[in-house]
Design a protein around this ligand. Structure first.
Ligand SMILES: Nc1nc2c(ncn2[C@@H]2O[C@H](COP(=O)(O)OP(=O)(O)OP(=O)(O)O)[C@@H](O)[C@H]2O)c(=O)[nH]1
Ligand SMILES: Nc1nc2c(ncn2[C@@H]2O[C@H](COP(=O)(O)OP(=O)(O)OP(=O)(O)O)[C@@H](O)[C@H]2O)c(=O)[nH]1
Ligand SMILES: [Mg+2]
Ligand SMILES: [Mg+2]
Lengths: 300, 283
């Protein structure tokens, strides 16, 4: 675990009145292993280690000077651990779990992502949460490809008593446009578009998403990402963000033991915030993102 | 002051990056690179191409388990009938889709197939399998919504027996391996299937999503411990994920990869080829 890595790093520094760059490098090796095992992207780990090293080596010089003058304020070990935690917090970024849902306007939330990441389930969860928040949600079933995808969303809508729009024979951009019109007629305040899973490298299907965006101009576009995802997280997040200018991410299936290191990577690389966490299959299992929870999980 | 970085160091650094970004994982990558370093030290290898080749050979060796790419079940006349496959894995890994594709392959090879809609939990799971059943022309046994998955699979296997089908494919609901009651449910499904046909299921197929990172190892360990997995299917290899985590899984658990999923249509299932997989890994 990364905690093991941090523990090992901490132990390497214990009891020293000064830390040398060699010890810092040794400690960083342990941390690097832990972050990679937590599925943090290779590049992000590289950058993290480089930044921590730069700061820590600077600290070494500083504490050495202080010792020479006879004052030692903080142990080098605490210095180092603090640098790591600060850097990690920096990677987690400022928390922004807000959705753009101004009053008296029909606002859209478009869910996108790889196959099986949890979009349809998340659509249901968001509808439930918004209803609880006093909004009037409306679901649009825009996955015309997956067998029984529309049926799946309709079952969730029925469970929540939230209307679900679908019209056979339409392509997704037109379908979403008509869905939005139906939402407006129903006096809904939030329309949630569930789209089909797709590969970031599938040009045709990525263009389809751009067309949906152009057709209904959703105020919120969320990439739904499976917390178990590995090194592919960055490629996927960057491409979806490049095409659609995402509002943020939903990280799903965090009720398992996946370390969720992808969370660090996608946030770091796109600058977009993680808004929600999927914590189970039930429609009540949606939480707002809290960095401490995720940081301590990635740290093991 | 960069310190003399030899050609070896920079080549090894490149290989390390390649392995890590392919989700091979620290433990497995370290072991593989140590093997390569040993060859470099022994002067057995000189140039970068040879280092890469040594890696390819070693990874192919790990993956080429008995049964890997031994795709269709043994169907010589008089052999086990129905051959029962129980399909398991975490949520969204591609189980239901893989069953549809596998059913098509089996039918194309002249076998009769029965599908068991063992996911009685998730919204529209039975409907999803029914669409696939219609596409391939195979009967599907369903229970009511919320029915006991074990009894649905039991009925499916029974139907396989009475209709003298060649293969029964049982779908199950996705579940995270960390959920003990859900893993217990799967164990019960397996026990109950054995009541319909002693010795069944003949294959416990764990479906792994190749976009997963190191968590796939935990999945494989836990599903294997609970159910004695006999084969793996690796899905979504048509994406940019390399599925490198499979190397450590095969090395540790000796579970053969039977199939790879390379898309969402009925034809997108290929028998696993270690050599092809390794080539793609190094692309
Ligand atoms: N344990 C757990 N399972 C989840 C979570 N979110 C979704 N799932 C499950 O993951 C599986 C896939 O969910 P879907 O909502 O169908 O995923 P999707 O992204 O719509 O899939 P496609 O439309 O095929 O791309 C289902 O079994 C869900 O019940 C979560 O937070 N935790
Ligand atoms: N690109 C690609 N997509 C795949 C592949 N296999 C499955 N999928 C897609 O992945 C998504 C999930 O597939 P399912 O078959 O519903 O997965 P599952 O494991 O049965 O999901 P649950 O029953 O909810 O746990 C669907 O959108 C499939 O079309 C594959 O090999 N490549
Ligand atoms: Mg969906
Ligand atoms: Mg399924």
């Amino acid at each position: 675990t990364v905690a093991k890595g941090f523990k090992a790093a901490r132990n390497k520094l214990k009891g020293r009145t000064e830390i040398t760059t060699e010890v810092v490098d040794e400690a960083l090796r342990d941390i690097r292993v832990s972050l990679l095992e937590a599925d943090v992207s290779f590049e992000v780990v590289k950058r993290f280690v480089a930044r921590v090293r730069e700061k820590a080596v600077g600290e070494v010089v500083e504490t050495r000077v202080k010792t020479a003058r006879g004052k030692l304020q903080v142990t080098p070990q605490d210095h180092f651990i603090k640098i790591c935690h600060d850097e990690l917090e920096g990677l987690m970024g400022p928390v922004d779990t807000s959705l753009s849902l101004p009053d008296r306007v029909l606002s859209g939330i478009m869910l996108v992502g790889l196959q099986g990441s949890g979009k349809t389930t998340t659509a249901g969860k968001l509808a439930r949460k918004l209803k609880q928040d006093g909004k009037k949600p409306f679901l649009v079933a825009a996955d015309i490809y997956r067998p029984a995808a529309v049926e799946q969303l309709k079952v969730l809508g029925a469970q929540l008593d939230v209307p679900v729009f679908h019209e056979a024979g339409l392509q997704p951009p037109e379908l979403c446009k008509r869905g939005r019109e139906a939402a407006a007629r129903a006096h809904a305040t939030v329309v949630i578009y569930d789209t089909a899973g797709r590969l970031a490298v599938d040009d045709q299907l990525m263009i389809e998403l751009e067309q949906i965006k152009a057709a209904v101009e959703p105020a919120n576009i969320l990439l739904v990402c499976d917390a178990m995802i590995g090194q592919d997280a960055v490629k996927t997040a960057v491409e979806f963000d490049r095409r659609l200018d995402l509002s943020g991410f939903v990280l799903t299936k965090l009720d398992g033991d996946a370390r969720g290191g992808a969370a660090l990577s996608i946030k770091e690389v796109t600058g977009k915030p993680i808004k929600f966490l999927g914590m189970g299959e039930g429609l009540d299992r949606l939480e707002e993102f809290r960095p401490e929870g995720l940081a301590s999980r990635i740290l093991g | 002051l960069g310190g003399g970085r030899t050609l070896d160091d920079s080549v090894l650094a490149d290989l390390e990056e390649l392995l890590f970004t392919a989700d091979i994982g620290v433990k497995t990558a370290t072991a593989l690179l140590e093997m390569v370093r040993a060859k470099v030290r022994a002067r057995a290898l000189a140039d970068p191409a040879q280092l890469k080749q040594a890696l390819k050979v070693e990874i192919t060796r790990i993956l080429a388990l008995d049964g890997a790419a031994a795709a269709l079940p043994p169907f010589a006349p008089g052999q086990v009938r129905p051959w029962v496959v129980m399909v398991v894995g975490v949520n969204g890994s591609g189980k239901t889709t893989t069953i549809g594709k596998l059913a098509a392959k089996l039918k194309d090879a002249g076998h009769s197939v029965v599908l068991g809609a063992g996911d009685t939990f998730r919204a529209a799971a039975g409907e999803q399998l029914e669409v696939w059943a219609g596409r391939v022309g195979a009967p599907v046994v369903r229970g009511k919504n919320g029915a006991d998955p074990a009894s649905v699979c039991f009925e499916a296997v029974q139907q396989g027996v009475t209709t003298k089908a060649d293969v029964v494919l049982c779908d199950t609901a996705g579940r995270l391996h960390t959920k003990a009651p859900l893993m217990e449910e799967l164990k019960k499904v397996k026990r109950v299937i054995a009541k319909a046909v002693p010795g069944a299921p003949h294959e416990v197929l764990l479906v792994l999503d190749s976009t997963n990172g190191q968590n796939a190892i935990a999945q494989a360990r836990q599903f294997h411990e609970a159910l004695q997995v006999t084969g793996l299917a690796l899905t979504k290899l048509d994406g940019t994920a390399k599925g490198g985590v499979i190397i450590g899984i095969c090395d540790e658990l000796k579970l053969p990869v039977r199939w790879v999923g390379v898309g969402e249509t009925v034809a997108d299932l290929k028998a696993f080829s270690p050599a092809e997989f390794v080539e793609a890994l190094f692309e």
